[in-house]
Write a protein that binds this ligand. Structure first.
Ligand code: SAM
Length: 231
């Protein structure tokens, strides 16, 4: 793919992402998820890093919970530039984090890992998340997951008439079209993905419901070997 074509694909995806939810809707969704993983019970002084933070609505959710030491990283300078708030923001690649070992108490990802190539880039990113977490640090992950609900949503995305009368569904379907390769690979390999995540954290909460996997894990002292690579 040429650079111009890649940029056009990214721009189309970003335009659909902006149409999918308003910032206020996205902030409320992120806040609900953080609370459901118990983040409202964490010490508010913890150093939090949100990866794949896009336009920063997840950062706002952490701030609303009262966290004051929040950083965000995303590869898109354009999306990051939309964030207004006190968090430190960094344009960067989650596969090579520009932070020192053990710099964060909490690392969070809400809908980003499924953009990575499996399994190489996921393993690199997992290794980086483990590296920048301090011993005993926490990892929070929320990502799409194959469930009957998600199958139903995908079936709805196939109906052009439904997309025509339901702008949010059309925005979702457009995003999926532009990330189809990594998205489908991600949905097809749940066991291998969980193996990678379990190699860096011990899960405290692991929940699958309504098309999402939600994980809260505590950093392992040492990375364990990933034994299974197949789904
Ligand atoms: C679905 S959005 C996630 C939404 C986001 N969690 C939020 O708070 O708005 C996925 C994000 O991942 C970013 N991204 C994709 N690949 C990346 C990488 N290798 N490193 C860092 N960010 C990446 C994209 O720029 C995009 O903002």
């Amino acid at each position: 793919m040429t650079a111009a074509k890649l940029q056009a694909t990214i721009s189309a995806w970003e335009a659909a992402y902006r149409r999918f939810e308003t910032p206020a809707q996205e902030q409320a969704k992120f806040l609900r998820r953080l609370k459901s993983l118990g983040a409202h019970r964490f010490n508010r002084g913890l150093a939090v890093l949100e990866l794949f933070c896009g336009r920063g609505n997840g950062l706002v959710a952490w701030e609303r919970l009262g966290f004051t030491n929040v950083s965000g990283l995303d590869i898109s300078a354009e999306l990051l530039s939309e964030y207004r708030g006190p968090a430190r923001t960094v344009v960067g690649d989650a596969r090579r984090l520009p932070f020192r070992d053990g710099s964060f108490d909490v690392v969070a990802v809400q809908g980003g890992l499924h953009h990575l190539q499996l399994m190489d880039d996921l393993s690199l990113t997992a290794g980086e998340m483990w590296r920048v977490l301090r011993p005993g640090g926490k990892l929070l992950v929320v990502e799409p997951w194959r469930t009957p609900f998600l199958d139903f949503v995908h079936a709805a995305c196939e109906r052009s008439w439904l997309r025509a009368i339901w702008p949010k569904l059309d925005a979702l379907a457009t995003m999926i079209d532009h990330e189809r390769e990594t998205y489908e690979d991600w949905l097809g390999r749940p066991q291998a993905i969980l193996d990678v995540l379990r190699s860096i954290v011990v899960p405290q909460v692991l929940r699958v419901a309504r098309g999402k996997m939600m994980l809260l894990g505590v950093r392992r002292e040492a990375r364990s070997n990933v034994t299974r690579q197949a789904a």
